[in-house]
Ligand binder design. Structure first.
Ligand code: HEM
Length: 334
């Protein structure tokens, strides 16, 4: 066995002291843990990321091959939501010094925006990556489940803005501000989605979501009332609030979440859901999903009145322009 150099001996002893302190602190036998270290095999990649469990989580309900795309893409989106939540949580937990440092905000918001960009850019998988004829058939076998029931999507909304900004457009404003949270919650915009287009009644999708999550979401709202991004940002000292990079990052997040994502998602719904039937299970989605209808914005005071009035339209124009340009590029030059 090679002997230790004097430097290695010094370093080794320092570590031994640290380890002895650590295990003493938690009332554990230090030598047992050293023995454990000698026996440990280390961890392999497939164990570390739980590959087998991960790949076993996509369980289709029908024999249509494209259903696996539908499940997997929803799962991927939920994982991105989880990453965005973790960035926002760290932002809302900053200590006083970090809280007033615009760089901290910009760094975390840029991460959220990178994640949102990924899900917006890849939404085409939902639009044209599945066979239209098959989609409707396997989708009906999944009722009453709907992405509408994504609680993480609601978490993100609650963490990002105040309750007033999430109310039905007409219910927002000063008069409602003093109402108890429970009353405001009844006016939250998503309670007017997933409504039966023929009867105007709540669908089973919405009723089941409410029964399962209403209490939890009320608690979430209370927890983030004075911790959401909107509240924290507008409470910042003026000179920090005016930081251009910070304002741009917040507006980008608003745009990704409340315009790009909602519109890419709407475009998938429009492609796959037949006009006659109304929607997944016959809901009011055509009236509910367009961003212009709900006008949900996390940081409304950062936008002009005109931008709010025409929320989402700029993106549609941009897409349309890109489509036309692409078509023109194909025309051979004379
Ligand atoms: C072809 C694919 C998709 C179709 C046809 C579709 C369809 C719909 C419809 C019709 C609604 C309105 C609620 C209802 O009528 O039940 C809805 C809501 C929703 N879906 Fe999807 N969806 C698709 C993909 C996704 C994906 C991949 C996600 C990711 C998690 C998702 C998340 C949501 C969310 C969060 C809502 C609620 C939006 C809001 O309240 O503004 N959907 N979807």
């Amino acid at each position: 066995m090679d002997s230790f150099s004097p430097e290695e001996t010094k370093k080794g002893i320092e570590y031994l002291y640290k380890l002895r302190e650590k295990y003493k602190g938690i009332g554990q036998d230090f030598f047992d843990y050293l023995e454990g270290l000698v026996q440990s095999k280390g961890v392999a990649y497939w164990e570390y990321i739980h590959l087998n469990s991960l790949l076993g989580l996509q369980v289709p309900q029908t024999d249509y091959k494209d259903e696996i795309i539908f499940i997997t893409y929803h799962q991927i989106t939920e994982l991105y939501f989880k990453l965005i939540k973790q960035e926002i949580d760290q932002l809302t937990d900053l200590n006083e010094e970090e809280y007033t440092d615009p760089e901290m905000w910009v760094m975390r918001l840029n991460r959220c925006n990178a994640y949102m960009k990924n899900i917006c850019d890849s939404m085409g998988v939902m639009r044209s990556g599945m066979k239209k004829e098959d989609f409707f058939k396997f989708r009906m076998a999944l009722l009453p489940a709907s992405g509408f029931q994504s609680v993480q999507f609601r978490h993100l909304e609650i963490m990002s803005t105040n309750l007033n900004s999430l109310l039905n457009y007409k219910a927002r404003g000063e008069a409602m501000k003093d109402e108890p949270l429970e009353k405001l919650y009844e006016e939250i915009y998503w309670k007017s989605g997933s409504i039966d287009a023929r009867t105007g009644e709540k669908t089973l999708t919405l009723r089941e979501f409410e029964a399962y999550y209403d209490k939890h979401l009320m608690q979430y709202i209370k927890r983030y009332k004075y911790r959401n991004l909107h509240y924290l940002y507008f409470k910042l000292p003026k000179e920090v609030k005016e930081n251009e990079e910070l304002k741009a990052a917040l507006k980008e997040y608003d745009t990704y979440f409340n315009a790009y994502w909602r519109l890419s998602h709407l475009s998938s719904s429009s492609r796959h859901l037949p006009k006659a039937k109304g929607g997944t299970g016959g809901t009011n989605w055509r009236k509910y999903l367009p961003p212009k209808e709900q006008r949900i914005l996390f940081f409304e005071p950062l936008w002009t009145e005109e931008e709010v009035e025409h929320w989402g339209e700029e993106y549609i124009k941009e897409k349309f322009r890109a489509m036309i340009e692409k078509k023109w590029m194909k025309v051979p030059k004379k």
